[in-house]
Write a protein that binds this ligand. Structure first.
Ligand SMILES: CC/C=C/CC(=O)SCCNC(=O)CCNC(=O)[C@H](O)C(C)(C)COP(=O)(O)OP(=O)(O)OC[C@H]1O[C@@H](n2cnc3c(N)ncnc32)[C@H](O)[C@@H]1OP(=O)(O)O
Length: 725
């Protein structure tokens, strides 16, 4: 838990709680005991605190937050105990010092860090604030602007930056522990008053109030409904206004508010969900624990459109040598120019810049139109546009050219992986890798296994996700997979709401107030309405292949809205054409304003189809859009397309702008209560019986009937008979 050892004059306390030395109650107790022992031993002249296995500490044990008061209460007094020690205490920071871990270090009189260590107060990302006096000590040490930045964003900073900020006294490249013991010996007998942060004044900022007002406005803008950043701000502001003890009291009050908020629970759930999805499994019995990935020494990307360019950039950033292929020289040159632009921009953001990325070296990034250069790559990512015939043609070619072990990935958002795999002689090595745009920025990688995909292929794709610093989520093969399949009923409801009387800006506003980064109509304008139009034409839902006499608002016996098709027929593709659901200042413009033309068009449309316009309130907008999406999630779980609700939530948080502080759609459903979700769906489906997306899924009904069990128990109610596993 925490090992106490006395060498010469310096006692060593080593935090020990693998894998990250989280500060559980037992660790804190042992730390306190060690400090008291050192204090009582006259031969001890100084103390050094470090962590086992090259990590200082990742902070409070998040799993212990279910017994919150006791854990929160315990850490602050231990930090005070460290600071009030009459013997100098030195923190030796290796690996990470995060959250409560950094607060322990702030209680120490000196901090020395390894050059590769990272530090931060990421509590805000868990819906909390640094509740062990960190909001009061950090501004005293590094000043209000830097402390506010760290505390309200939760970012981790490297040791080099920590040194510049004055967060650590020294950084070392070799043995941190030895250097810390040397420092401890050196400072024995020196006055400790100036080293006690609680006694220091908060450094002044010219015009502090104006600075704080501006900072608060920024925090609010970025928080979008998340409480923690603003309460973090308030705690730091208290440090600028009150003596240390009063600031600590304020910090504790605010901490309790956050701790009991549903948002903290949602964010902590999201933290563990992201880790849980790494332990993937398929209904066929393949799993992370038995499948070994194969190495990817060289890769290839086919297609340098928007997606391909982002994927190439991602691979270069991950230091994976690759070949980028286009169908002809004109497209190759266009793609190369765009990739180089992205890479230059990425390099500017990185320490070491272009030298680190090394993208001018043809041995690491080669552009070609020659398929033969793909002979010896270990992995290919095809990223051409969504057309089954084209994809099959490419995969057929790949299976003839690529070496036998090469993994063949298709970047598709909806197409059938099995059908693509059928064009090859190695369906076990074909897998879907659904990137999200922009592919070098978005964290999600949906990984889709087909009927024949091997466990090795899945493990390799998951390893690729990690190498690209993405969150890989393994799912089964169905139209739209998990993310887009859940998105269809959501978008469908949004359009139906327009038919019935709402406006694009009202629907977007309701969902953005809920916390989405962007509402469905703004999103559709951004992505381009023509993308969905093409897909609907391919599905025979609109366009020349639609049988004559098909009712305008019905397809295959179900309600259908032709509104998006009609907009496309008017050349309104969204931002790229300067008009879509909104009007933009110019083609390619980004400022959306409600368009009188569209409102008039909607009103004519309703008249034509005899639809009575009615006022639709925010509650109905939210319930119809969100509950239909959640309903599809239950159907997906029942079909075994995803192995747990966490998978759906991680996908939605990382790929679809779902507000993280609401934990993901399935977690949100659990907080609303499944009987309520069910009752609302029943109500809306009675009003709209021709909309299957509103008819409650059997699995949702079952969970509501068995008494609304907690989310972690849901999958145990899925009997073998009712699933397709
Ligand atoms: C008054 C009290 C106030 C307290 C405030 C706090 O201290 S709150 C906690 C603040 N700390 C954090 O937010 C850090 C969270 N952890 C991380 O960011 C990362 O885990 C890491 C430390 C950067 C390490 O990342 P890496 O990718 O190397 O490993 P994993 O993320 O997979 O973590 C390994 C396992 O450790 C578990 N874990 C990590 N941190 C904690 C923690 N603070 N408490 C409990 N458990 C933690 C993590 O869940 C992994 O476990 P698995 O079982 O393998 O999933």
């Amino acid at each position: 838990m925490a090992q106490y050892a006395r060498g010469s004059a310096v006692a060593v306390i080593r935090l020990r709680n693998p894998p990250v030395n989280a500060l559980s109650r037992a660790v804190l107790q042992a730390l306190e005991d060690g400090l008291k022992k050192a204090d009582a031993d006259p031969s001890v002249k100084a103390v050094m605190i470090c962590g086992e296995n090259g990590k200082f500490s990742a902070g409070a044990d998040i799993r212990g937050f279910s017994a919150p008061k006791r854990l929160g209460g315990a850490l602050g007094p231990v930090v005070s105990l460290i600071e009030s020690s009459e013997k100098p205490v030195v923190a030796a920071i290796e690996g990470v010092a995060l959250g409560g871990g950094l607060e322990v270090a702030l209680g120490c009189h000196y901090r020395i860090a390894h050059v590769k260590a990272r530090m931060g107060l990421p509590e805000v990302t868990l819906g909390l604030l640094p509740g062990a006096e960190g909001t009061q000590r950090l501004p005293r040490l590094i000043g209000v602007p830097a402390a506010l930045d760290m505390i309200t964003t939760g970012k981790h900073i490297p040791a080099t930056e920590a040194l510049k900020l004055g967060l650590v006294d020294e950084i070392v490249e070799e043995n941190t522990i030895e250097a810390a013991i040397r420092l401890a010996n050196k400072v024995i007998g020196q006055p400790l008053g100036p080293r006690r942060l609680s006694l220091k004044p908060v450094p002044k900022v010219p015009n502090m109030e104006a600075f704080l007002d501006e900072a608060l406005a920024k925090v609010k803008r970025q928080a979008r409904g998340c409480l923690a950043p603003e309460l973090c701000f308030q705690a730091v502001r208290a440090a600028t206004q009150s003596p240390f003890a009063d600031g600590v009291r304020r910090e504790r009050e605010l901490f309790q508010v956050l701790l009991s908020s549903g948002q903290a629970q949602a964010l902590q759930y999201a933290f563990f969900a992201e880790r849980a999805v790494r332990r993937w499994a398929t209904p066929g019995g393949a799993s992370w624990s038995s499948a070994a990935p194969q190495p990817v020494r060289r890769a290839a990307v086919i297609g340098l459109g928007t997606m391909g360019r982002g994927i190439v950039t991602s691979l270069v950033k991950a230091n994976i040598p690759l070949v980028a292929l286009e169908q002809d020289l004109e497209n190759l040159n266009k793609g190369r120019k765009a990739v180089m632009f992205l890479l230059e921009r990425e390099a500017m953001k990185m320490e070491g810049g272009a030298q680190v990325l090394d993208f001018h070296n043809p041995a690491r990034l080669q552009f070609t139109v020659d398929f033969d250069l793909l002979r010896d790559v270990d992995l290919v990512i095809e990223a051409v546009f969504e057309n089954m015939a084209l994809k099959k043609e490419i995969f057929h070619k790949l299976s003839k050219i690529c070496k036998p072990g090469a993994l063949l990935c298709t970047n598709t958002s909806a197409l059938n992986i099995d059908e693509i795999a059928s064009a090859t002689n190695r369906p076990q090595q074909v897998i879907g890798t659904h990137f999200f745009s922009p592919a070098h920025v978005m964290r999600l990688l949906e990984i889709i296994y087909g009927r024949h995909t091997s466990p090795t292929a899945i493990a390799t794709a998951m390893q690729l996700a990690t190498a690209l610093k993405k969150v890989g989520v393994v799912v089964g093969n169905c139209f739209g997979f998990v993310g887009n399949r859940m998105m269809f009923p959501y978008v469908q409801q949004a359009v139906f709401l327009l038919e019935e009387g709402s406006r694009p800006d009202a629907v977007d506003q309701a969902l953005e107030d809920f916390g989405f980064k962007i509402g469905p109509f703004r999103m559709s304008d951004l992505a381009g309405l023509d993308v969905g139009w093409r897909s609907r034409k391919d599905q025979g839902l609109t366009g020349p292949s639609l049988p004559a006499g098909t009712p305008a608002r019905q397809r295959r016996g179900q309600r259908y809205s032709p509104l998006p098709d009609l907009l496309c027929e008017h050349g309104r593709f969204g931002q790229k054409t300067g008009k879509g659901w909104y009007l933009y200042e110019k083609a390619g413009g980004r400022t959306a304003t409600p368009d009188p033309w569209l409102l008039n068009f909607l009103s004519q449309y309703r008249d034509t189809h005899g639809i009575q316009t009615r006022f639709i309130d925010q509650e109905e907008i939210l319930e119809r859009c969100l509950f239909s999406l959640i309903n599809e999630g239950f159907a997906i779980l029942a079909e075994g397309i995803a192995s747990g609700p966490e998978h759906l939530d991680v996908i939605y948080i990382n790929g679809y702008g779902w507000p993280k502080h609401r934990g993901g759609p399935m977690f949100y459903a659990s907080t609303v209560g499944l009987p309520r979700v069910l009752a609302k769906l029943q109500k809306y489906s009675e009003a709209h019986p021709d909309v299957p997306g509103l008819q409650p899924s059997a699995f949702l009904k079952k969970l509501a009937a068995v008494g609304n069990p907690p989310l972690k128990e849901w999958m145990s109610y899925l009997s073998q008979q009712s699933s397709k596993l």
